[in-house]
Design a protein around this ligand. Structure first.
Ligand code: BMA
Length: 336
């Protein structure tokens, strides 16, 4: 066992009640199938960005075949009065893009100032398994598909907003062979957004009874701060009645994002309200986007709840950084 485990003693956990970093919106869930302008099974796991001073969600929408597509919803306050496209915004097109045969899922969006385009990384569900695909857009009406950028199985990907040391950087989550069992978060680089290399493990899933023992993946795209990149990730624990998806935090070195500076031992957000606990897949909170209000410093996290609806919770980058800096230094160890 590593020294890491003993940094927080059990009595420290018991002394205080947990400080909640995220505050759920009282109107949760803010969007669900009943709000959709056309018949769908469920809406969940949305990407989220600030677009022309409004909040734009690109929601994963699942039809009754079980296939997913994306539809955008725009709101001035990011909570209600959503203008939802009357038909799918981006649909799988298996004739031209065979990797999209069984749908497209879980988008993440990053603004790339260098290209003046939004980069959408998403899971394309190919016959060979889920893989990471990339599309670019300027207006969320026309999309330029770059196709698969990672082979199956790989998902939970997002780009950093700028090149670092001349290279684009991608976080993603391949499922690898059994040398280091589990599903870990990886980081790769590219010169042209198409050919990716220098792949390495960024963060291991922990093991045993840890809340993130077994499987982790990126949640929302990394946020740049003076202290480093804030990484929000989901961790999965298998139980006798299924998986529980919860969230943790890490801080990556600003100049060298393949170095993890701090990582939360505890989860910082997990399913507790009924819409998070019960749905198509119980006990899932799955953010894939957050929006920073540059004026107030408020950070709105949008997440899928129980694979059935969309909810929102708020925090601030100040609170996240304060919390993260108290977290243990991360050991790049598979054997926690
Ligand atoms: C993951 C992804 C997510 C989903 C989650 C819980 O593997 O497929 O889209 O929300 O499982 O079912």
């Amino acid at each position: 066992m590593g020294k890491h485990i003993f940094k927080t003693k059990l009595q420290d956990f018991n002394k205080h009640s947990y400080k909640e970093l995220f505050l759920r919106n009282p109107q949760n869930p803010i969007l669900s199938a009943k709000d959709w302008p056309y018949p769908v099974n469920s809406v969940f796991n949305p990407a989220a960005v600030q677009f022309h001073d409004k909040t734009l969600l690109l929601a994963r929408v699942e039809d009754r075949r079980g296939f997913s597509h994306f539809t955008k919803a725009i709101s001035a306050n990011g909570v209600n009065n959503w203008q939802i496209d009357s038909s799918p915004t981006l649909e799988p097109d298996a004739d031209l893009y065979p990797e999209e045969r069984w749908g497209i899922e879980d988008p993440r969006i990053t603004w790339l100032p260098e290209l003046e385009k939004w980069a959408i990384t998403f899971t394309a569900f190919s016959r060979g398994g889920p893989l990471v695909a990339l599309a670019l857009t300027q207006d969320f009406i026309n999309f330029e598909r770059l196709g698969p950028i990672m082979p199956p199985e790989d998902k939970d990907a997002a780009l950093f907003p700028r090149r670092i040391h001349g290279k684009w950087v991608l976080i993603h989550r391949p499922i690898t062979a059994n040398y280091v069992p589990g599903a870990h978060i990886w980081i790769s680089t590219s010169l042209d957004l198409k050919q990716w290399g220098e792949r390495q493990i960024l963060m291991h899933a922990r093991r045993g009874s840890w809340w993130d023992g077994g499987k982790i993946g990126l949640a929302a795209p990394p946020i740049e701060t003076d202290s480093g990149w804030i990484l929000l990730y989901h961790g999965v624990r298998q139980t006798s009645s299924g998986s529980i998806y919860r969230l943790g935090l890490a801080l990556l070195d600003l100049d060298n994002p393949n170095k993890v500076l701090h990582r939360s031992d505890e989860w910082v957000f997990g399913p507790s309200d009924s819409y998070e606990r019960n749905g198509d897949v119980d006990d899932v909170v799955f953010p894939s986007g957050w929006v920073l209000d540059s004026k107030g410093g408020l950070l709105k996290m949008y997440y899928g709840a129980a694979d059935s609806c969309i909810a929102m919770a708020t925090t601030t980058t100040t609170d996240l950084l304060e919390y993260l800096k108290q977290c243990p230094e991360a050991l790049d160890e598979a054997l926690y």
